[in-house]
Design a protein around this ligand. Structure first.
Ligand SMILES: CC(C)(COP(=O)(O)OP(=O)(O)OC[C@H]1O[C@@H](n2cnc3c(N)ncnc32)[C@H](O)[C@@H]1OP(=O)(O)O)[C@@H](O)C(=O)NCCC(=O)NCCS
Length: 176
């Protein structure tokens, strides 16, 4: 199926060949400061995470490409049996500003069209203005705030919870 961006942007399943690249992105200070776990991840820990995720039917790990070049990571994690999934993502920290929106748009398309999700949920740390703005831009509804919820080893931060239903997405609330 041709996508809205004329196939410039594409999501594909993550493979062993992406391990080095994804670990480099995940460990970058401008990515890990926005994650729940913020320590430097070793290749051993990374490989174990990848192996576990590949063996888990509830998880889907994807690489986001621009003209065939990997520039981001996105994952879905099914919660329970109702086709409700959490998503998480990060771009290559050196990505061209503005490519992030296509990661989001392709991610929604993949989640709702390919995985037939009923709902996609996102969570952002309260100081992650880019992710909060990004979810709002994509049409997500803010559904709650987990107050003083995520401990980073020094302090607690609140977590902003977002949700988007398949019918909201289909009714063209998201501007492409
Ligand atoms: C979140 C992320 C994918 C966004 O990518 P990006 O390239 O900045 O996104 P874009 O520039 O395409 O922005 C798309 C929209 O998101 C919103 N947005 C992006 N950066 C923003 C910021 N700093 N503040 C508020 N809103 C922002 C805007 O609505 C923007 O649309 P606009 O440019 O027309 O105003 C990227 O910043 C990233 O990888 N961050 C680190 C990892 C991370 O935080 N992951 C999410 C964990 S919950």
């Amino acid at each position: 199926m041709e996508n809205s961006s004329g196939n410039v942007y594409k999501l594909r399943l993550m493979g062993d060949e992406h391990l080095d690249l994804v670990l480099g992105w995940r460990n970058h200070p401008e990515v890990r400061r926005y994650m729940y776990t913020q320590h430097l991840i070793s290749m051993e820990e990374h490989q174990a995470w990848f192996k576990r995720a590949c063996a888990d039917d509830a998880k889907c790990l994807l690489i986001f490409e621009k003209l065939g070049k990997p520039i981001g990571f996105l994952n879905f994690s099914l919660q329970g049996k109702g086709r409700v999934a959490d998503w998480g993502f990060y771009m290559d920290p050196d990505h061209q500003k503005g490519d992030g929106r296509h990661l989001g748009l392709e991610g929604l398309r993949y989640g709702f069209d390919n995985l037939k999700l009923h709902k996609i949920c996102g969570q952002a740390l309260e100081y992650n203005n880019a992710s909060i703005g990004f979810h709002e831009y994509l049409g997500f509804v803010q559904e709650g705030c987990l107050r003083s919820h995520a401990f980073d080893g020094k302090e607690y931060n609140s977590v902003i919870c977002f949700g988007l239903l398949a019918e909201e997405w289909a009714s063209d609330k998201v501007k492409v």
